[in-house]
Design a protein around this ligand. Sequence first.
Ligand code: FAD
Length: 410
Amino acid sequence: MSLYDVLIVGSGHGGVSTASTLRHLDYQGSIAIVSADADEPYERPPLSKDYLTGDKDFHSIHARGPAFWQEKGVDLILGETVGAVDPEAHKVTTAGGKTIGYGNLVWAAGGEPRRLTCDGHDLGGLHTIRSRADVDRLRGELGRGEHVVVIGGGYIGLEAAASLTKLGKHVTVLEALDRLLARVAARPISDFFLDQHRSHGVDVRLGAAVTCIEGENGRVTRVLLADGTALPADIVIVGIGIQPHVAALQSAGAECPNGVRVDEHCRTTLTDVYAAGDCALHQNSFGPDRPVRVESVQNAADQGATAAHHIAGQPVAYAATPWFWSNQYDLKLQTIGLNTDFDEALVRGDPTGGRFSVVYLREGRVAALDCVNMVKDYVQGRGLIESRAMVDRAALADPAVPLKSLVPQE
Ligand SMILES: Cc1cc2nc3c(=O)[nH]c(=O)nc-3n(C[C@H](O)[C@H](O)[C@H](O)COP(=O)(O)OP(=O)(O)OC[C@H]3O[C@@H](n4cnc5c(N)ncnc54)[C@H](O)[C@@H]3O)c2cc1C
């Protein structure tokens, strides 16, 4: 049995940050990353953007340079899925039968795309976008036909729709709710992106309930909706969110109500077991008064760093300011703060001009900003978020008032 001082499960943004931060802190113990992913660690955001369109190749999305892992003395154990954790014996077992011991375990296993359950969910031509292998499979099938149906109008579905439109595909987006991005943004953002996608030729259908996928010879041919519509489909992309990957930790006894519960140092309820990233349920100091899971590169990287600091004996509680971005067509959406459970949204600027921000308030304080092609608001809004400012609404909504002038001075 191999044994590491720190064993990291997952080679995504959380896992990479944990290992890099440990070495940056001059941690001298042995470190390994074990990952279900067979590829060297890479950046996930380009998968629905430049990597899908082919504008970036795999080498340009590597998380670190080719020599990094060897130079830093981090072993990569790739293509191995951890199926069980034994917290008493401090060891994990992989589906391939490997047993690996650990001093500290950092669980950064992200999530699994939710799948459809209706008839036809298992036909060929259905895809999810989570890993490089997913996108390579999808790209390999793009020559098979023109009609792509994207199920789910969240960020990944919409980015994929924009990328495939760029590649000349006829794209239909199906959203079950009455607006796009309903779980992550306020209506002005939803309406704006709806207009943008329609103006680029995407057939967006709201309130669209998929009843089944039809196929021939094992491959998808049509998507059927509850209202009787039958949409031709050569390829279907399912982008309906993720389930956090925590089954092994849950079986080991960790508290996993929706993801694995962690404290401000990213410690789970199991001794010497930490968790970071999409799978970590935590109390975020910029969020509402309830634990949340945050699915972003920032959160994964900063939580990985938080776990590393604690392991290296230099604890710093997790308090990073949340940020996020999404690129669709020539639009750059940048988010600062967390809008979860917001109770008011103010529009700043004119969406019809393609440059505006939405300011989210929670209990009267600025909780987050979504900035569309408004880098200045994104940069200056940080001060408002970090000061938990209560600011005059009229001033916030007036694009002529620079946000930095509204940040309370100490
Ligand atoms: C297509 C796409 C586009 C995105 N775009 C953006 C964006 O523009 N901006 C942004 O902020 N965020 C974006 N995100 C979200 C962001 O990528 C995630 O929040 C981030 O990757 C989370 O990092 P993580 O380390 O928690 O999980 P992941 O990056 O998902 O890594 C999890 C790793 O764990 C491995 N694993 C899972 N289970 C096991 C197991 N049992 N044993 C071993 N290994 C396991 C997986 O193979 C994977 O390597 C995007 C995500 C996707 C999928």
